[in-house]
Write a protein that binds this ligand. Structure first.
Ligand SMILES: [Zn+2]
Length: 234
């Protein structure tokens, strides 16, 4: 399979589904990790361009650790909008270029707007990508791609219906998140959290729910044309 994972910011995929992506790669699937924004508005000490360059390097390194391909939509933090025609074209083209068999993205109801807006963009545009007369210059994708919504940050308001055992991928997941060095500082200063410890705790909590050491939780999008009879997650 070709798996397209779309997170809002550099580090979201690592926190919420990094273990599953690592398992996909290990089991022979192709994975693209795409971040919607450049991560350009979370710093007390750098300019936007400076922190975006740092975070681009960190995200590439994290994808490399996972064995995934790296992509970015290049948007600005806090400006992701499902109503924006230019952003809709970007996501249509992302789907057309990566031709996924499966998409993983944010839950539609997470804690901040960029997460919720990219979720809606991915839902809308993975359908629009199949319309031959939605012209962007790239050939249309043939599949209305199945979508799995990943957990919310700290699992709030999210009830998983499927779990992936990531016990033997938790070290890879941790290394992927630790590649986002600048975020370890930023989230400590801005939110008072140790993001690595928080991620491991949340992943352990999901593991306890399904009887393994560490797990990640998902909910499939079951609108018409998206559902199937076989499990697509590892
Ligand atoms: Zn985020």
């Amino acid at each position: 399979m070709r798996v397209l994972a779309v997170g809002a910011h550099p580090d979201d995929l690592e926190i919420l589904c990094g273990g599953t992506l690592a398992r996909f790669v290990r089991e022979g699937h192709e994975v693209v990790m795409c971040h919607a924004t450049r991560g350009d508005r979370g710093s007390y000490g750098h300019t936007s361009d400076e922190i975006a360059a740092v975070r681009d390097g960190e995200a590439r390194r994290a994808a490399e650790i996972c064995g995934a391909d790296y992509a970015s939509l290049g948007l600005r933090d806090a400006e992701v909008s499902a109503a924006d025609a230019a952003q809709r074209r970007l996501v249509v083209d992302l789907v057309r270029e990566t031709r996924p068999d499966l998409i993983v993205t944010h839950s539609p109801q997470d804690y901040m707007s960029d997460h919720n807006e990219i979720s809606k963009l991915v839902f809308d545009c993975s359908f629009h990508a199949t319309l031959p007369l939605f012209e962007t210059g790239a050939p249309h994708h043939r599949l209305v791609t199945p979508i799995y919504y990943m957990d919310t940050v700290m699992g709030l308001g999210f009830q998983p219906t499927e779990y992936v055992d990531v016990s033997d991928a938790i070290d890879t997941k941790t290394a992927m998140l630790e590649a986002h060095r600048s975020q370890l500082t930023w989230l400590g200063d801005h939110d008072g959290v140790d993001i690595v410890e928080q991620m491991r705790t949340a992943t352990h909590f999901r593991g306890l729910q399904c009887g393994v050491g560490y797990a990640e939780g998902f909910v499939p999008c079951l609108t018409w044309l998206r559902g199937g009879t076989t499990r697509l997650l590892p």
